[in-house]
Design a protein around this ligand. Structure first.
Ligand SMILES: NC(=O)c1ccc[n+]([C@@H]2O[C@H](COP(=O)([O-])OP(=O)(O)OC[C@H]3O[C@@H](n4cnc5c(N)ncnc54)[C@H](O)[C@@H]3O)[C@@H](O)[C@H]2O)c1
Length: 277
C-alpha cells in the first residue's frame, strides 16, 4: 500500500490482536519490525509473568498457546525483513529505555513507534470497578505509552524524523457504559498524542491515534455476547472490524505520504457516531 522500505518500526503489544496485525502490515509494506510484548513464547516463566501482570487475559493466553510474538517475528523474517521479538513490559521504564536504545544501536534508527500494548479486561459499572485494576490500567495503557514515547523521542529527534502512533477507543470520545476504565485511559492517550503532535511538529515527528471501534481480537472476545451484539447494532456497517482494518490505518499514518497529518484521532470504527435517531 505504502512503501516503508528502509524504515524501522517498533510495535508494543505485538503478540496478538491489533499489535500483531500492525507488525505484519508494516512488514508487508517494507519496514523492518521489532515486536515487543509482555509475553514471548520462549519465556520459561511465561505463566508467572502473566500472573504478575494481574490480567486474566494474559494468563489464559500464556496457558493456552495464545502467544505469537516470536512466531510473528519469524513470519516477518520470511518476508525478507529484519525482525526480532523482545520480551518487554511497557510499565518497566528502565527496561523500556534499555530496549529502545539497543534497538537503535542494532538497527540504526527508530522511525515508527506503534503503541498497541494494552489491557481491556476490566469492565463493569462504577461500583464494580477495582481500584487496583484501575491503577493497573493507567499504568499499562497510559503510562506505558508515555514510557515508550519518552524512550523513542531522543532517537526520532536526533534524526529529525518520526511517526508516533497510538491506539485509542471510541469510548474515549463518547464514553462507554461499563467501560469507564478503558474510556479514561483511551482519553488520556489522546491528550498525550495531541501534545506530542505539537512538540514534534518542528522536528518532523508526527503523532496520531487510531481510534478503534469494535474490532474482533482475542482481547475483544472476552466481552459478553450481549455487549458485542449491542456494539454491532451501533455501527453503521453492522459488523465487527478486523485487525487488518486498523493495521491499514497504521500503515498510512506511518508513511511518508502522511507527513502533513498530525494530531489526528482517526476513527476506524464502522461509523458508530452517525446516528441522530
Ligand atoms: N480490539 C478492540 O476492539 C479495541 C478497541 C479499541 C481500543 N483497543 C485498544 O487497542 C489496544 C490493543 O487491543 P487488542 O484488542 O489488540 O488487545 P489484546 O488484549 O488482544 O492485545 C494486547 C497485547 O498487549 C500485551 N500487553 C498487555 N500488557 C502489557 C504490558 N504491560 N507490556 C507489554 N505488553 C502488554 C498483551 O500481551 C497483548 O499481546 C489496547 O490498548 C486496546 O484497549 C482495542
Amino acid at each position: 500500500m505504502f512503501d516503508l522500505s528502509g524504515r524501522v518500526a517498533m510495535v508494543t503489544g505485538a503478540s496478538r490482536g491489533l499489535g500483531r496485525a500492525d507488525a505484519l502490515a508494516l512488514a508487508a509494506a517494507g519496514a523492518d519490525v521489532i515486536l515487543t510484548d509482555l509475553l514471548v513464547e520462549s519465556d520459561p516463566a511465561i505463566e508467572e509473568t502473566a500472573a504478575r501482570s494481574d490480567s486474566v487475559m494474559a494468563q489464559v493466553m500464556a496457558s493456552q498457546g495464545g502467544v505469537h510474538t516470536e512466531a510473528t517475528a519469524a513470519e516477518i523474517r520470511e518476508l525478507g525483513r529484519r525482525s526480532v521479538a523482545i520480551q518487554l513490559d511497557v510499565t518497566d521504564r528502565q527496561r523500556v529505555r534499555e530496549v529502545f536504545d539497543q534497538v537503535v544501536e542494532d538497527y540504526g534508527s527508530l522511525d515508527i513507534l506503534v503503541n498497541s500494548a494494552g489491557v481491556s479486561d476490566h469492565l463493569g459499572q462504577i461500583m464494580d470497578l477495582s481500584p487496583e485494576l484501575w491503577h493497573r490500567d493507567l499504568e499499562v495503557n497510559l503510562t506505558g505509552a508515555f514510557n515508550c514515547t519518552q524512550a523513542a523521542w531522543p532517537h526520532m529527534r536526533m534524526r529529525n524524523y518520526g511517526r508516533l502512533i497510538y491506539k485509542s477507543t471510541v469510548s474515549a470520545l463518547q464514553g462507554g457504559f461499563g467501560h469507564a476504565s478503558v474510556a479514561t485511559t483511551g482519553a488520556g492517550v489522546l491528550g498525550l498524542m495531541r501534545s506530542m503532535a505539537l512538540e514534534g511538529a518542528r522536528h518532523r515527528i508526527t503523532s496520531n491515534a487510531v481510534v478503534a471501534g469494535a474490532i474482533e481480537t482475542e482481547g475483544f472476545r472476552t466481552s459478553p455476547p450481549s455487549t458485542v451484539d449491542r456494539m454491532v447494532l451501533r455501527t453503521a456497517t453492522r459488523e465487527l472490524g478486523r485487525p487488518e482494518d486498523i493495521a491499514a490505518a497504521v500503515c498510512y499514518l506511518a508513511s511518508t505520504e502522511a507527513a502533513y497529518v498530525t494530531g489526528v484521532a482517526l476513527p476506524v470504527a464502522g461509523g458508530p457516531d452517525l446516528f441522530t435517531f
